[in-house]
Design a protein around this ligand. Sequence first.
Ligand code: HEM
Length: 484
Amino acid sequence: MSSSSTAGRLNLRVVQPPPDAAAASWAISRRLLKVSLWCTFTLGASFGAANLLTIHLALGPVPPAHNWVHASFQVVGFVLMFLVGVAYQVIPRSCGVPLAARGAARATLPLLLTGLLLRMYGQFGPLLPGTPAALLAGGASILAGIVAFAGVLLATWRTAPASKPRIGLAGVAAGTFWWLAAGVLLVVEGLRAVALRDADLGARYNEAFYAAALVGGAMSWIQGMFRRIGGATFGLRPSDAPLLTLALALWQIGTAAAVLGACLPPGPGGQRLFDTGLIVLAAAVAVFVRGARILSTAAEEAPAFHLAPAAVRRTVRLAFVAALLFAALAALYGASELTGRVPSRLIWDGARHALALGCITPLILGLGSFIVPRLAGTPLRRRRWRSTGLVLIGVGLAGRECELLASWLAWPPALWISGTSGLLAATGVVLAGGAILGVLRARPEPDGRQNAGDGQRQRGEGRHAGQKTSAEASGPALPAEPQV
Ligand code: HEM
């Protein structure tokens, strides 16, 4: 794939949506992105850091529900809402049509947020009244939000002309399917909680939900978007398309095995299926990294509009190094269980966070810092926040993985490092997320200009001196038709 063809693909504007339609859909995305960031700033990353400090430094007991709430805010709040916010911009632009089914698109955020808050209440378990019903209502509301999301994408896709772009479609479709499956699992959790009159018993399906959402939903979307955006955006050599297709196919098989295995009643059958799924997923990561040429020497690229800034390119590479760490730890965990050993849960925690914190989070915040300013037509001004934040997340992950040393070397002091690592990671999330929030806060002025001012826009990232965005070239700024 030549960089010129990638540049062509990156200019996702095929026809110009009417400015009012583009502005309306941007308002929907903007709210989703803002709420997503606040979810991770509060009960997502920050609460996780407090829990980690408490658990690893043995400062006191942490009820399992604290971890469940943290996970709900990260998975549904941060990851899903961010993905929906970006998808509502990227998919219509790549199809060259305005966002369809805007009523459903507007309803997505209230449905997801209400569901998340009800789920959080439900996760208090026996401490509060009515928690089983709240868990069920929360799951149903989140599922409704995901159905709305899938419906909007489908309706938008249907309105596109016959020459729709199909690159990356399989990953996007598979990812959306897995988010739907994750939503169904939340409803199943709620039904179980209501039937057994104990919200805590609903947690039985948590592991299956995390696998469907993070491994199936987020990672399939990431693979689809990688194919769509193209490695040249990240200064990579042309990718090997058949290997990427194989990786996606393996990824689906591994996810299906892991989700099904986690759903089956506790016992050797389900465990073996789950472990086999982990090993297939590990192979899929290795095939993807090879096919995407992520670790090969960077292609020589002159600064260009389509090329992500160096900090983002570095982040993308390191994110997939973290995915390889996930692969190694997941394979180790799966193989140990399959051969009759009892691996430490710390290995699974290390694998989970290598993927969630080391890969998915930097990809969201790094790519977000590149894409969101272009969608908003406002430059990223807090670039130092972004860069420092991404470094802190990386350092935080390295610290978190020290929990493995505590397990392997039976060296408890390593838990002092892993215990405090959450504070670094959460600070990194707040800084990198805060950089994006700064872009989202800049309101368009009535004449279509951003209040950031022209002078500041010239200094911002996402544009090089002398380059014009398509929006500028064709008149009013943003959000009519910025390039992605
Ligand atoms: C700021 C960085 C983070 C910190 C400090 C953190 C902390 C924690 C802690 C302390 C646990 C409980 C581990 C245990 O049971 O021993 C946990 C579990 C979990 N975390 Fe995180 N986490 C972070 C980022 C993330 C991200 C980005 C995601 C997803 C996108 C995530 C998803 C999960 C999930 C799914 C669980 C399992 C919850 C359960 O036990 O049911 N975490 N995390």
